[in-house]
Design a protein around this ligand. Structure first.
Ligand code: HEM
Length: 491
């Protein structure tokens, strides 16, 4: 019926196996970029057993489809493995249906610009407490990032206090996130391409995936239910503060389905925040250790603009263009989500190519952010490129597009900016030394997972001065003395 309409080009598939044998073990986004340079950046067809993927490596096509034709391209592929592991109602996995639209509406209210501004004082204070723990136990810096982001996420989502060293809620959530990263792994689980396998009993030989599902479910259930029930108890007693879930429970009409959507909206804030923030701040630390010249420039800017009598705050972002350029370059150089999965929900045609309903669309945002024609020498960490007029803003790509754009992007940018600027104001970040006193530069390599973390590395955090540490203690003391309530700002 469709004359002059073709399927997109791609590497030659084998019968049944498709391109499975051509797939690399790691850094799939790099291989897809290389293939796109041969077969086409707009749409490229990659065949997997039971699934045909269209890979997009061009920003204009992403914008055309995900924003211009968002009614067709805002759905998600079915992740059977993740759904049966307890994440069925998780917002990132929802198809584009009425449940998703309700969830996005709730998140829009809960993370509105005014709501996010109401979190600023809390995020600023958390940074001061973080710096104090960093000074006490510098080797545990990644763990401190996770606890700071986890604490902030619990506060925003539930108004929850008291994350202590052995806090079960945070530990359970970390476990849930680990399960999420395992079970949402495009191409890893045969059951995603052959959903009928999901009916196998867990005792069945080779049904290891069923056992993972059974282990994940109670962990996910506890993560979504326990803090939410606590909020409802606080609301009944009149002691709840302005957290996202207490605000939504009060402002929305009482209805079990809506309550379930609020519960999952709060969970998605909680789970959406701490791994992404930890990974971004880990790459920032890595970049500063390897690029002392960029670190020095950022510190000079902070010293000049903010001075030495206070810590930088989120509100200083516009006055610190170089630090802001460092932030942009981190999100460009090491996007923590390299590829975005989407699905088309009806037949379509683009640039002469046929896109059948239900096609698995994969946006290679890493390829866009590493395009040498847009970002010369893309492998290099060069914050200066963002100070040049006309350089496309990587933040427009790193947080996704259209109706599925990351709803937490303002929170994410606020917390990462505040933490980066405060660390630079008070510490020098340097490579660790070996037994002979020689500096050991960390290798720039990501671990192979859903979220792009750097491989573990060592470094040192040296206080920039005695006065800087006194400032940290003063600010941390002040943060501890404040009432820990979130007061909601009105829109
Ligand atoms: C460092 C930071 C972060 C990055 C780089 C990031 C990036 C992304 C990306 C690329 C998407 C997919 C967008 C798309 O498909 O077009 C996404 C979705 C999402 N993010 Fe984030 N994110 C970050 C932090 C956060 C935070 C702090 C929250 C919560 C407060 C959050 C909540 C979510 C949720 C709920 C979704 C699913 C939205 C949907 O499917 O409709 N993220 N994020």
């Amino acid at each position: 019926r469709r004359r002059n309409v073709h399927l997109p080009p791609g590497p030659k598939p084998l019968p049944l196996l498709g391109n499975l044998l051509d797939m690399p073990k790691s850094e799939v986004h790099v291989t897809f970029r290389d293939w796109a340079n041969i077969y086409g950046k707009d749409l490229m067809k990659v065949e997997m057993p039971g699934e045909t993927m269209y890979v997009i490596s061009d920003k204009k096509v992403m914008v055309d489809l995900f924003e211009g034709r968002s009614v067709i391209y805002s759905s998600k592929p079915t992740f059977t493995m993740a759904e049966s592991s307890g994440f069925k109602n998780g917002i990132p996995l929802l198809p584009y249906d009425s449940r998703l639209k309700t969830s996005r509406r709730l998140l829009k209210q809960g993370l509105s610009p005014a709501a996010v501004r109401s979190y600023y004082p809390y995020i600023n204070n958390r940074a001061a407490l973080f710096l104090e723990t960093l000074n006490e136990k510098p080797d545990d810096f990644v763990r401190h990032f996770t606890r700071m982001a986890g604490h902030t996420a619990l506060k925003i989502a539930y108004g929850y206090e008291g994350v202590t060293e052995d806090d079960r809620l945070l530990e359970t959530a970390i476990q849930a996130m680990e399960y999420f990263a395992t079970v949402v792994s495009p191409g890893k689980w045969l059951v995603d391409s052959l959903p009928i396998l999901d009916r196998l009993p867990s005792w069945f030989p080779f049904a290891q995936f069923k056992r993972i599902q059974n282990q994940s479910k109670p962990v996910v259930y506890e993560t979504i239910t326990r803090p939410f029930e606590e909020v409802k108890r606080h609301l009944a007693r009149g002691t709840a503060d302005g957290s996202l879930s207490s605000y939504l429970l009060q402002s929305e009409k009482s209805d079990p389905e809506l309550e379930d959507a609020i519960k999952w909206a709060a969970t998605s804030v909680f789970l959406g925040q701490f791994d992404t923030t930890t990974a971004t701040l880990s790459w920032f630390t890595h970049a500063m250790v390897k690029h002392p010249e960029a670190q020095k420039k950022a510190q000079e800017e902070i010293d000049r603009v903010v001075g030495h009598d206070r810590l930088p705050e989120i509100e200083d972002r516009d006055s610190l263009p170089y630090v802001n350029a460092v932030l942009k370059e981190i999100f460009r150089w090491q996007p923590i989500i390299a590829m975005l999965p989407r699905a088309s929900s009806q037949d379509d045609e683009y640039n002469g190519y046929f896109v059948p309903a239900g096609t698995y669309m994969l946006a290679n945002i890493w390829a866009v952010l590493h395009d040498p024609e847009v970002y010369p020498e893309p492998e290099k960490f060069l914050p200066e490129r963002h100070l040049k007029e006309g350089t496309p803003d990587p933040l427009d790509v790193a947080f996704g597009f259209g109706r599925r754009v990351c709803p937490g992007m303002q929170v994410a940018q606020s917390q990462t900016f505040e933490t980066m600027a405060s660390m630079l104001a008070t510490f020098d970040l340097r490579p660790a030394k070996d037994a002979h006193g020689k500096e050991v530069m960390p290798e720039t390599k990501g671990i192979d997972s859903l979220i792009n973390f750097p491989v573990p590395f060592k470094c040192t955090f040296t206080p920039r001065s005695q006065a800087a540490m006194e400032l940290v203690h003063r600010c941390a003391e002040h943060a501890r003395s404040l009432p820990d309530r979130l007061e909601r700002w009105s829109d």
